[in-house]
Design a protein around this ligand. Structure first.
Ligand SMILES: [Zn+2]
Length: 76
């Protein structure tokens, strides 16, 4: 079951894993809430798993800096 990483903004394929057995803890999913998983993880009709993420170019374009968002969270 390939796991395909796609950018949520430009739908570009960022990368893929072709491992047959993937532990959710390996991918860090155990640290996400159920809602976050629903937003991030999609299953294709053919059984492929898609992880919705963001590619480097969109990250640059949007000025996405996770550490700044963390700061925002604490300020609020
Ligand atoms: Zn992108």
């Amino acid at each position: 079951m390939p796991i395909i990483y796609k950018c949520r903004h430009c739908t570009k394929e960022i990368g893929r894993l072709d491992q047959h057995v993937v532990e959710s803890t390996m991918l860090g999913f155990d640290q996400l809430t159920t809602k976050e998983k629903e937003d991030m993880i999609k299953y294709n009709a053919n059984g492929d798993m898609e992880i919705i993420s963001i590619c480097e170019s969109c990250e640059d374009t949007l000025g996405h800096h996770p550490h700044y968002h963390e700061l925002d969270f604490f300020i609020q």
